[in-house]
Design a protein around this ligand. Structure first.
Ligand code: NAD
Ligand code: ZN
Ligand code: ZN
Length: 391
């Protein structure tokens, strides 16, 4: 089959690779109908994750049709012909983390738990297409994928919603929603979101659904800010505006009640992120060159507020404003998304028309043009917001 593979730093290629097959009796093989490129894929592309190997299949946002099921999956649970969306973290559903709905911290699904433990102190869940740190599972930017513990993870789509309406249930819609959910939004809250990429846009939509009075989008890409403005959100361009002052002005001098970091490592490229890989080759930029989203969020948030971090961080960051965090009673919440917790309620919201995930799709390409998709998305060419690939 064809698959989009990591071939080294800043390089992906569509290659001919062996078809996946059932390895364990609760696996299913899915023929992929739609798959997307995520901001997290860019961290892999950029070479910020040291446990990628040449030839690894990319992609953790995918859906399709079940074409084969393992003998351990009871007939009622999943059948050949079912249409499914696959959540990116693999969860066993039975460990202490899964029982606490912390699915991305599942204790049983990462065969390389030892590597994960070395980086993060404790093991984390297996993730598709996300390097050997998270198990080395082949990703979904391919014609077929092996879905692990498929009966416990894959979400069946039984209505006639289109792929584009449900594909993002695999990751970015639940992630944006979790970003807002962690904010514990109260009536009248002002919520500021750093990053108007796909994840940030869904964090904004979710903040509104959860009752925020005002939503503020912060980015430097004017087309992405325009996209947020079209939804009625207030925008701040961090390249021409002092973000903290603008936020204080918008909130009577208090700061936003809740702040969401939907940027992650991009904010720290070359600045203060201690790169896990090839650090020496990074150009060192000054703080003013590229403001750091997380630091800005902590320093801008009103006292007693919540800073919710859904942007991905891999290594260490320095100059973390621990003093502001502690002395102003801020709550910091974060996590890789616990997708399985949010998929069903969000599917309901899509069916009811409360959220329209299709609004962020700007590019539709065949799988064979995946490298072009990465170039468009990474380099913000042609006003690219989200690329959907079809095998
Ligand atoms: P993206 O790269 O398209 O969006 C990031 C946006 O942040 C860009 O528009 C960029 O211009 C903007 N930005 C950069 N520096 C900024 C700054 N200092 N202040 C404000 N904005 C700034 O990516 P995306 O797909 O929207 O993903 C966003 C982040 O969410 C990534 O780090 C990704 O890895 C992460 N993510 C996390 C999860 C999770 O489970 N927690 C899931 C999916 C994605
Ligand atoms: Zn993702
Ligand atoms: Zn588990």
């Amino acid at each position: 089959m064809k698959a989009n593979c990591w071939t080294g730093r800043n390089s992906v290629e569509v290659q001919e690779v062996p078809d996946p097959s059932i390895l364990n009796n609760r696996d299913a093989i899915v023929k992929i109908t739609s798959t997307a490129i995520c901001g997290s894929d860019l961290h892999l592309l950029d070479g910020y994750v040291p446990t990628m190997e040449k030839g690894d299949i990319m992609g953790h946002e995918f859906m399709g049709e079940v074409v084969e099921v393992g003998s351990g999956i009871s007939d009622g649970k999943l059948r050949v012909g079912d249409r499914v969306v696959v959540p990116f973290p693999i969860a066993c559903g039975a460990c202490a983390s899964c029982r606490a709905e912390l699915y991305s911290c599942c204790e049983n699904t990462n065969p390389n738990a030892g590597i994960s433990e070395k980086f993060f102190g404790h093991p984390t869940a297996g993730i598709y297409g996300y390097s050997h740190l998270t198990g080395g599972f082949a990703g979904g930017q391919a014609e077929y994928a092996r879905v692990v513990l498929a009966d416990a993870n894959a979400l069946k789509i039984e209505s006639d919603l289109s792929d584009e309406q449900v594909l993002f249930l695999s990751d970015i819609l639940p992630t944006g929603y979790m970003g807002a959910d962690m904010c514990d939004i109260q009536e009248g809250d002002v919520v500021a979101v750093w990053g108007a990429g796909p994840v940030g846009q869904f964090a904004m939509d979710s903040a509104r659904v959860l009752g925020a009075e005002k939503v503020i989008a912060i980015d430097k890409e004017t087309y992405r800010l325009d996209m947020a403005a079209a939804q009625g959100y207030t925008t701040i361009n961090f390249e021409d505006t002092d973000v903290r002052s603008a936020l204080l002005e918008l909130t009577g001098g208090r700061g936003p009640d809740k702040c969401i970091d939907a940027v992650g490592m991009e904010a720290t490229h070359g600045a203060s992120h201690v790169h896990l890989y090839d650090r020496a080759k990074q150009a060192v930029r000054s703080e003013t060159d590229r403001p750091h989203a997380l630091r800005q969020a902590i320093l801008s948030c009103r006292s007693g507020g919540v800073v919710s971090v859904i942007g991905v961080y891999g290594g260490l960051i320095d100059k973390f404003p621990a003093g502001a965090w502690m002395n102003r009673s801020l709550t910091l919440r974060t996590g890789q998304c616990h997708v399985q917790k949010y998929m069903k309620p969000l599917l309901g919201m899509i069916e009811q028309g409360k959220i329209d995930p299709t609004r962020i799709i700007t590019h539709r390409l065949p799988l064979t043009e995946a490298p072009t998709g990465y170039d468009l998305f990474k380099n913000k060419k042609d006003h690219c917001e989200k690329v959907v690939l079809t095998p």
